[in-house]
Design a protein around this ligand. Structure first.
Ligand SMILES: [Zn+2]
Length: 227
C-alpha cells in the first residue's frame, strides 16, 4: 500500500468507525473517556527539560501503560490520525513549560526510507506537523536524512547500539542548501536509550548547526532506561 493510501485508510477508519483505538468502544473523540483518563495518568506531572547524556530531553509522558499501547497502535496498527491528539498534547505541555519566545526549527527524526515505505508514514513527521501547528514553530522535515539501514536496536548491547547508529544520519537536502537561522529542536515519538537522538544531534552539530534538545511524546522510566 502506498503511503497516501495508508494515510487515507487511516482517516476513513476515523470517520467511519469512530472507535477508541485502545478498547474499541465507540467514541466521538480520539479516545473513549476511560482510556483518555488512563492516558492522562501517563503524563509527567511537571513536563520540563532534563539534561541527558549530551542532549536535553523534553517529554510529555512516561512510556508505559496506556501511552505505550497508544504509540504501538499509532505506529503498528496504521492509525496515523492519532498524531493529532498526541502532537497537540505535546505542544501544549511544551508551550506551558517554555517562557521565552525563541524560534527553533523543528526537525523530526527521520526513518530509513524502506522502513517508512513499509509503514506508510513516519510517526515523528506526523507528530511534528501537529506540534508545529500548535506552537507555530517552523517545521523542516528535510533537515536530516537517514543514510543507512540499522540493525534492529533491541538485538544489540548498549555499546553496539552506539556503533550501529554512528553515521546513521546525514544532513538533509534542506540543510545542505541552507542551514537554519537558529537552533534545532529534534522531535521523536519515544526516548529510550537516546542513542538515535544523540546520533542525529551529532550529525547536525558536526555541520555547525546548534541543537537545543529533543522533544518526545514519551520517555522510558529513568530507572530502567533501556529499550
Ligand atoms: Zn477506550
Amino acid at each position: 500500500m502506498s503511503g497516501f493510501v495508508k494515510r487515507f485508510n487511516g482517516l476513513l477508519d476515523l470517520v467511519l468507525q469512530a472507535q477508541c483505538p485502545l478498547c474499541h468502544r465507540t467514541t466521538a473523540a480520539a479516545f473513549c473517556q476511560a482510556c483518555q483518563r488512563q492516558l492522562q495518568q501517563c503524563q509527567l506531572p511537571n513536563p520540563a527539560w532534563s539534561q541527558e547524556e549530551q542532549l536535553p530531553v523534553f517529554a510529555w509522558g512516561r512510556y508505559s501503560g496506556a501511552l505505550r499501547r497508544t504509540i504501538a497502535a499509532f505506529k503498528y496498527e496504521n492509525k496515523p490520525h492519532l498524531a493529532r491528539p498526541l502532537g497537540e498534547w505535546l505542544a501544549l505541555a511544551w508551550l506551558g513549560a517554555t517562557k521565552q519566545a525563541t524560534t527553533f526549527t523543528v526537525v523530526p527524526i527521520p526513518m530509513h526510507p524502506t522502513k517508512q515505505q513499509q509503514r506508510g508514514f513516519n510517526q515523528a513527521d506526523l507528530l511534528a506537523e501537529q506540534f508545529c501547528e500548535q506552537t507555530r514553530l517552523p517545521l523542516q522535515k528535510q533537515g536530516l536524512s537517514r543514510s543507512r539501514e540499522t540493525t534492529a536496536q533491541f538485538q544489540l548491547s548498549a555499546g553496539d547500539r552506539e556503533q550501529n547508529l554512528a553515521d546513521a544520519f546525514s544532513l538533509g537536502k534542506a540543510f545542505r542548501k541552507r542551514h537554519p537561522t537558529g537552533s534545532v529542536l529534534l522531535l521523536d515519538d519515544i526516548y529510550t536509550t537516546g542513542a538515535t537522538a544523540r546520533s542525529a544531534a551529532q550529525t547536525l552539530r558536526r555541520h555547525g548547526i546548534r541543537v537545543q534538545g529533543l522533544i518526545v511524546l514519551a520517555r522510558a522510566a529513568l530507572e530502567k532506561d533501556e529499550g
